[in-house]
Structures are given as C-alpha cells and as structure tokens.
Design a protein around this ligand. Structure first.
Ligand code: NAD
Length: 477
C-alpha cells in the first residue's frame, strides 16, 4: 500500500517554501482511481516569487562559463540516475504509463541531461569573425529567464529537453509541470539540490492552465518553452506575441503510417505497440492513421485486429503490459466522445470501441479500429490521444501522399516497404519533419534534429541551445 503524497510547498530560490495559494489539485492513479497525492495550484503571488527568484539568479548564472554549466548538468544527470527508479515509479503512479514506456523515458531523460552537459562544454561565448576593419567580436549571450511548461505523458523527458538547453545556454528557469504529473517534480527539485544547482537557477511551481498562463504573462519571463496541445500552444503564442517574448512550442500530432504495395505486414504489426499505440496512443508522435493500398486493405485490417487483440493489456506496473489505462477520467471521456463521433460520421467499428469488461477500476478503453473512414472525418483529422486507429485505403501513391498530408499536423510519419530506396523517395514527399522507415528512426538518439511541421509546432519546436541565446556583434578595436 503506497502512502499518499501531499505537498503544500513549491521549490523557489533553492528552498522548499510554503505556497501562498490554498487551492489544491489531487492526482489520481488512473489504474486504481485512488488518490496519489496533492499539490498547490500556484497563484499570482507564487508565480511572482518564482519568476523573481529566477531573475535574481540570472545575474550570476549567466556569467558562468559553458564548461562550468556543463559540470552542473553532469551532476544533474548523475543525481537523476541515482533516483531514476523512484522517479519512474512515481510518474507511472500518476499517469498510468506502462512500465516499458516510463522506463524508456526515464533512461532518455538521463541521456538528455548528459547531452546538455556536452553541448554546454562546447559553447564558444565569444569569438572574432572576419568583417569590419579589424574583425568583429561576436558574443553568444544567454537569453534570460525561461518558463518551461510540460504535459503529463512524458513529464521528465520533456522537461529535461528544456532544462538541459536552457541551463547549457546560461538561462535560469521556472518550471511548471502538468498538474496530473507534478509529484515527481519534487524529486527533480531534490535532484537539482543534490547536484548543487545554484539557488534560483531552477524553480518549480505547480498548478494548471491558469498558473501556466500567469507564468507566461509574467514580465520577468523572457522566453517560454512549451510542450502540449495545439490549442494551449495557440493561447500561449498570443500571450507571448503581446510582450515580444521568445517561444519554442512542440504541439499536437496526428501521424500516419503509409504501407506501400510491397510492405511486409509483420514488420508493420510488430511496430504497432511501440509506434501506433505507445502509452495507449497518448503520445504526440503516435501513428494512429494507417494508409493502405486498397488491394491489401482487408488483409491489413485483419492483421491489425489480430495484433491488437493479442497485446498484453491491463495493469501498467506489470513489465509485460503494453497497453494500460488512459491517464485521466477526462482523457477517457474525450476518447469515448471521439468514438461516438466516428460512429456518427459513418465509420465502421472494426474492433473495440468500449470499456473492457475485465477491469472494475481504471480509465480503460479497448484498443479500437475504425474502417470505412473518409479523410474529411474528424476521427481522421483531429488528435484523439487514445487507442484509436483509423484505416484508409488508397489507389495511387499520389493519393497516399495526399491522405498522409490531409491534417493540420506534421509531427511524424512512417513508411513501410521492403524496397528501402522506394520508401526513402516516398518519405521525401511527406509533409512532416520526421519519417520512420519500417518502424525505425533515422537517428535514435538525443541529438536527433528535426522540425515539427504545420500546427505541430511554432517555428519548428526543437529545444536547442541556440534557441536560448542572443547574438551580439561589436567592432573589434
Ligand atoms: P495541455 O496543452 O492541456 O497542457 C500542457 C501543459 O500546458 C500543462 O502543464 C498545462 O497545465 C499547461 N497549460 C494549458 N493551457 C495553458 C495556457 N493557456 N497557458 C499556459 N499553460 C497552459 O496538454 P496535455 O493534455 O497535458 O498533453 C497532451 C498534448 O500534448 C497533446 O496534444 C500532445 O500531442 C501534446 N504533446 C506534444 C509533444 C511534442 O513533442 N510535440 C509531446 C508530448 C505531448
């Protein structure tokens, strides 16, 4: 029996201080529907305190060398690695992510901090470039105080991308995780303390959209790095524009797999758990649209049905489980609403569509497949963020490209073919910044650089060091 974790504090200026707000949010374990713990819904006073602490720390942190900041990031990676199991378990208790997903994400998080350390050490703060009478001094200066706002599906990994790039560049931060996964951010605060991050360089406040909006609008915030839904990204972009704040935003997706005529079905079905429905489809790059040659449609639908029916399903803490519950009751309601919309739009339910009979508790929805889907349907174009696949048939490859690109998103795509040259040529035509071939990434490491197209980001969306720097040029005397 796990104990409930109740926090009334926030991590500000290197200390755990009592929140001014009395409003609270309770995190619920989506597999058991029991309370895991509660956190403050930070108010304007809490936001102000955290932003001012980050500003005060900026004056000294921004003057440190890249090498010094790299050492701090290495110590964060070390301290994080020490607590990795504990952090992973707490994340999973709050968002119901299957063991495989959360462990993979925690491993990636440590790698991101180590990569940030390397990037910090490589920073050339000042150099003389040709140009002008005696050359030009070009300086890279840290941009300022950053607000880092993350969603609940990979809370630590997504925050680490922001923290690693911002700290490497010499910026200070106010972090606001999603309220559904904030309890683990107290462990991140402890990691920062253990790593000797100077007071005020990393501050962590908790709360929901209202807290986030107040943080974005705070005058001490110079840049916002946001990962979350396209709708929230739009609201944040409008707020940033009003005050000329820099913004990096990684947003939603509705990614597709295109199976070419010669695709190997087993290669595709073997990737379904990891690529189509990771964390029950609650991942921005989940490949939830399947675009198939008309001649192979029925064969492929049968293979997907067989695969989904056999996927180990249930308790997310069981290492064998591939599909668990949805993260919140609201998320389940959203997915069920989309299933209702799909039926109303005239699509055919080829599998699932309901709540599984075997669980008395937990926000479970059966793995679901829709066929007879028209590309104009909302289930084909809108992000459902759940275990719902839509299958559409094409007659020509031009039509397959058009179907792939028939949404406002451009986050990730996937091509399946036994002819790699053909798959690569086809991938070049797709409107997305990342294409997997036969379920494999181009560079499965933390240095992977790509843009998220269309409404999946604002300005590309990657958290890279140059996005946290300003450049100054001065004539050399
Ligand atoms: P969300 O947009 O509702 O919330 C994300 C975060 O933003 C939370 O911390 C929330 O409290 C905060 N927030 C919400 N409205 C805000 C506002 N107006 N101002 C400031 N902060 C605000 O998203 P979610 O439901 O937590 O996560 C799911 C979404 O995240 C999906 O759309 C998914 O595709 C996206 N996502 C994208 C990526 C990516 O890398 N592109 C990665 C993971 C998740």
């Amino acid at each position: 029996m796990s104990t409930q974790l109740d926090h009334d504090d926030l991590y500000i200026g290197g200390e755990f201080v009592e929140a001014a707000s009395r409003e609270r949010f309770t995190a619920i374990n989506p597999a058991t529907e029991e309370a895991v713990g509660s956190i403050p819904e930070s108010n304007a006073e809490d936001v102000d305190r955290a932003a001012k602490a980050a500003r005060a720390a900026f004056s000294t942190w921004s003057q440190t060398s890249g090498a010094e900041r790299g050492d701090v990031l290495t110590r964060i990676a070390d301290a994080f690695a020490e607590r990795a199991q504990e952090i992973a378990a707490l994340v999973a208790r709050q968002n119901g992510a299957p063991h495989w997903w959360v462990t993979q994400n925690i491993r990636i998080t440590e790698a991101i901090y180590r990569n940030g350390a390397k990037n910090a050490a490589k920073i050339v703060a000042e150099e003389v470039l040709p140009g002008g009478e005696n050359g030009t001094v070009v300086r890279k200066e840290p941009l300022g105080v950053v607000a880092a706002i993350a969603p609940w599906n990979s809370p630590q990994a997504l925050l680490s991308m922001k923290v690693a790039a911002a700290l490497a560049a010499g910026c200070t931060l106010v972090i606001k995780p999603s309220p559904e996964t904030s309890l683990d951010s107290y462990l991140l605060a402890e990691v920062c303390r253990e790593a000797g991050v100077p007071a005020g360089v990393v501050n962590i406040i908790t709360g929901g959209a209202e807290t986030g909006a107040a943080l974005v609008a705070h005058p001490e915030i110079d840049k916002v790095s946001f990962t979350g839904s396209t709708a929230a990204g739009r609201a944040i972009a409008i707020s940033c524009a009003e005050n000329f704040k820099a913004l990096t935003a990684e947003l939603g997706g509705k990614s597709a797999a295109v199976l070419l005529d010669d695709a190997d079905i087993e290669t595709f079905t073997a990737s379904i758990a990891w690529r189509c429905l990771p964390f029950s489809g609650q991942v921005c790059h989940a490949i939830t649209r399947v675009i198939v040659p008309r001649s192979r449609h029925d064969e492929i639908v049968e293979a997907i049905k067989t695969t989904l029916t056999a996927l180990p399903y249930g308790d997310p803490s069981d290492p064998e489980t591939l599909l668990g519950p949805l993260a919140t009751a609201a998320q389940r309601a959203r997915v069920e609403e989309y299933i209702r919309i799909g039926l109303e739009e005239g699509a055919t339910l080829a599998l699932g569509g309901g709540r599984p009979a075997d669980f008395e508790k937990g926000y479970y929805v059966e793995p679901t497949i829709f066929t007879d889907v028209d590309p104009s349907m909302r289930i084909f174009t809108e992000e459902i963020f759940g275990p719902v696949l839509t299958v559409v048939a094409y007659d020509t490859e031009d039509e397959a490209v058009a179907l792939h690109d028939a949404t406002d998103f451009g986050l990730s795509g996937s091509v399946f073919s036994t002819d790699i040259a053909h798959a690569t040529a086809f991938a070049r035509r797709l409107g997305t910044g990342e294409v997997l071939i036969n379920g494999k990434h181009g560079a499965p490491n933390v240095d992977l650089v790509r843009s998220f197209y269309k409404h999946s980001s604002i300005g590309g969306g990657m958290d890279l060091v140059p996005g946290y720097q300003l450049t100054k040029s001065i004539p050399r005397g």
